[in-house]
Design a protein around this ligand. Structure first.
Ligand code: RIB
Ligand code: CA
Length: 316
């Protein structure tokens, strides 16, 4: 199997962090060209530090992290410390990261990488507000030709919103950026809350992660123990939804996911429903399909994949 060239854009956040650990364990399947960070769950300096820390935990000193946009295109930044804690990855000790911090701005790194595509277009794996990608598309529209696919976590249909009654966090933080991405014409697969709320980090699953016996396994379990609290209490569920790793799992084992082509449009005007993703699942409008909307996930298969990936790090 040819390695899939990818760029991961994220706002760690415990779920982003676990997605990074999973992706970085897949050295045979994924060629991570770089990790870019954006302000979202916490401020940009913290999301960037957190991504670098994951590279350290994964032992991937070959991967460079590039810091991106520190605020949305038009709106004021909204962060989510109440979910993720002040560090963004509460649950594990914070130390000074060693991983390389790229000198280029994330947007310029993304543009250069996509313009440099010769024969293998790049898959963009997006796990936070879409500010970096939207800025890159606007600055250099030709880069869209270098995109194989966008696989992103964001939006909601039947699940309703998690940051407002109508909107999911990644989209609400920067609805103008999201609108640009969904109108860009590139192939997009969307893991909305309808999908990610099917993969709950139950105690059994967290304990299974802990038993892996490696630093990445222990770190993932410890982060989930903290991350689990807010959503479990909010939803009265047996575990918090593990949003962002769904994007990486889709690259590795797409058969775990079922989707449907339909139109997704973003509300950018109404203050009441700003960031709402209007998903025309039943094709009741003439809006052209622009996404593969994931609606069903094999949750046990997802966690088996996550355990298998994190177990590759060995026991240490
Ligand atoms: O709504 C969930 C999304 O918002 C996840 O990507 C989480 O990390 C936060 O960024
Ligand atoms: Ca995220």
């Amino acid at each position: 199997m040819e390695k899939l060239p990818i760029i991961i854009d994220c706002d760690p956040g415990q779920d982003d962090a676990i997605a990074l650990l999973l992706a970085m364990s897949c050295t045979d399947e994924l060629d991570i060209l770089g990790i870019t960070t954006v302000a979202g769950n916490v401020q940009l300096d913290l999301t960037t530090r957190n991504a670098r820390l994951m590279c350290d935990i994964a032992g991937r000193d070959d991967i460079v992290v590039y810091a991106g946009c520190e605020k949305p295109l038009e709106r004021q930044l909204v962060t989510a410390e109440k979910v993720h804690g002040k560090t963004g990855i509460d649950g594990i000790p914070i130390v000074e990261p060693r991983a390389m911090l790229g000198q280029a701005h994330a947007v310029d790194f993304i543009i250069e990488a996509l313009l440099g595509v010769t024969d293998a277009p790049i898959t963009l794996v997006l796990m936070g507000p879409l500010t970096n990608i939207a800025t890159a598309f606007a600055k250099e529209p030709a880069i869209r030709n270098g995109v194989a696919e966008v696989v992103l976590m964001g939006g909601a249909m039947r699940e309703g919103g998690n940051i407002s009654p109508s909107a999911e966090f990644n989209i609400l933080v920067d609805p103008q950026a999201a609108d640009r991405v969904f109108r860009s014409g590139v192939p997009i697969t969307v893991m909305g809350l309808d999908a990610t709320h099917q993969v709950l980090s139950t105690k059994e699953r967290r304990d299974r992660l802990r038993a892996i016996g490696s630093e990445p396994g222990r770190a993932a379990a410890a982060m989930l123990d903290f991350y689990n609290k807010f959503d479990s209490a909010k939803y009265g569920s047996n575990g918090a939804p593990l949003h962002d790793p769904c994007t990486v799992a889709y690259l590795l084992k797409p058969e775990l996911f079922q989707g449907k082509r339909c139109n997704l449009s973003v509300e950018t005007q109404s203050e009441l429903t700003i960031g709402h993703t209007s998903v025309d699942f039943w094709h009741v409008t003439d809006r052209p399909p622009n996404v593969n909307w994931i609606h069903t996930v094999d949750a046990n298969g997802f966690y088996d994949l996550l355990f298998e990936g994190l177990s590759r790090y060995g026991n240490a």
